[in-house]
Design a protein around this ligand. Structure first.
Ligand SMILES: [Zn+2]
Length: 444
């Protein structure tokens, strides 16, 4: 399996730190508002990464955090006259509802910053003890110049960064590039620490949580490309200071999802919230996964609607397969693998093994749709049809697609057979009646 490592800028062979196991951390949301479809992209993509590792029998340890301490949360709390906790509880719940809505798993490790506050404070204290951080009037800053290759992840040059950072005037810092580990605050929620009351900086939260959850360098650290700098660069700087590693062996970054060609951001007002999505979530997943994760996606209603049609096609043939097997009381035993299916499965594995090329993986799924339609038309053996169905199920479990197919009940089978007979007898009014019943129940 190969992964494009943003840290080295190279496609590299994936070698897990521990055989058969993989540890993954993805930066999660700051919980003060609903997420938009751009935020859903990393959720869907890294959920698919997890699912694929599971499909390949890896034991996956997956964590993604909630940033529940932040200036934006404090501002929001003041604005709506609620506590920070009321705000964050509400939006954590809303986030998980949205994650479920787009068929992503929610049974992963979900650390909240507030639950790790003592660990974060200890982490900062250690950085101070080792000379990588300094206190200044209640704040604590990281000494960027102590890290030799600072800027390596985001391909930035320290001198360029310094000239850029000079615009921000902060006389407390030794160097304009130094970033905040602890911020003295007067407004909103504060925490007691040896360096004074305040709250932690975002970059320390993630590293401290990773250290405590995984206890060592992890396999994969993921997030959106917008986090490369400064967030991930600064995460790495701290881990290098304390542990002399770069947090993860592989760094993965997904591209943005834009509306039309405009960047989706709250400030520009061009957003579509996940909670307001009305299309079938399976179609939305197909849409996001049909572009390679490192490339940007330009959202338009038209493109999304194409995937609504794609999904309909997939469901139609999947239902027909199910129905055929069900009607014949087929026992779900050993399936005979047709050589064409082996080829498609191989194509799928090759695509996914090559830096999670979900776009090509979905092409394999589309080929399966074609072949399944041909087989249904040409009286193919039931055992072979069963293997087609199983392959569909494999693809669905990796891509997180969930067709709603109901198991046929006795009564439905009777109705179906009556429908078939009425059609054969050209009794169109009876045929219509039975078809309506079957459609209403979602059988066909
Ligand atoms: Zn993070």
């Amino acid at each position: 399996m190969k992964i494009f490592n943003s840290y080295t800028n190279k496609l590299e062979e994936f070698v897990p730190r521990h055989k058969g196991k993989v540890s993954i951390y993805v930066c999660g949301p700051t919980v003060y508002s609903y997420i938009h479809i751009g935020n859903a992209r990393p959720v869907i993509f890294f959920d698919t990464v997890r699912r694929y590792f599971e499909h390949r029998d890896y034991e996956v340890k997956f964590a993604s955090n909630f940033t529940d301490v932040d200036d934006k949360i404090i501002t929001k709390a003041i604005e709506v006259e609620k506590t920070e906790k009321e705000i964050t509880d509400k939006f954590i719940e809303a986030f998980l509802t949205d994650v479920e809505k787009v068929n992503s798993k929610t049974d992963y490790i979900k650390p909240r910053v507030t639950e790790y506050m003592d660990k974060i404070i200890l982490y900062i204290q250690e950085l101070i003890n080792k000379g990588y951080a300094y206190q200044a009037d209640g704040d604590v800053y990281f000494r960027v110049t102590k890290i030799k290759d600072y800027g390596i992840l985001s391909n930035r040059n320290v001198d360029d960064l310094i000239s850029g950072a000079r615009i921000e005037v902060n006389t407390k810092k030794e160097n304009p590039l130094d970033f905040t580990l602890w911020k003295k605050t007067d407004v909103g929620i504060k925490f007691a620490a040896p360096f004074g009351e305040g709250r932690p900086g975002w970059h320390t939260e993630c590293v401290a949580m990773i250290e405590n959850i995984f206890g060592e360098e992890i396999d994969i650290h993921g997030g959106g490309s917008g986090l490369l700098f400064p967030h991930h660069e600064n995460e790495i700087a701290q881990a290098k200071a304390l542990h002399n590693h770069s947090i993860a062996k592989y760094w993965m970054h997904n591209g943005l999802l834009n509306i039309g060609n405009a960047k989706m951001s709250k400030s520009e007002g061009k957003t579509i919230l996940v909670k307001d999505l009305t299309v079938n979530p399976n179609a939305f997943r197909l849409f996001t996964l049909s572009t390679h994760y490192r490339s940007p996606i330009n959202y338009t209603d038209e493109v999304l609607n194409n995937y609504v049609k794609e999904w309909d096609k997939i469901v139609r043939v999947y239902k027909a397969l199910h129905l055929k097997l069900d009607l014949n009381d087929h026992i779900y035993g050993n399936a005979k693998i047709h050589p064409d299916l082996l080829l498609i499965y191989k194509e799928f594995l090759e695509a996914m093994d090559n830096d999670f090329n979900t776009a090509n993986g979905i092409t394999a799924l589309q080929k399966l749709v074609k072949i399944a339609n041909q087989m249904l038309r040409s009286n193919t053996e039931l055992d072979v049809l069963l293997s087609v169905l199983k392959l569909f199920n494999d693809f669905f479990s990796v891509f997180g697609l969930k067709p709603d197919v109901i198991e046929l009940e006795r009564e439905d089978k009777k109705t179906y057979l009556l429908w078939e007979k009425a059609r054969k007898d050209k009794d169109f009014s009876a045929a219509d009646k039975y078809r309506n019943i079957l459609q209403e129940k979602g059988v066909i």
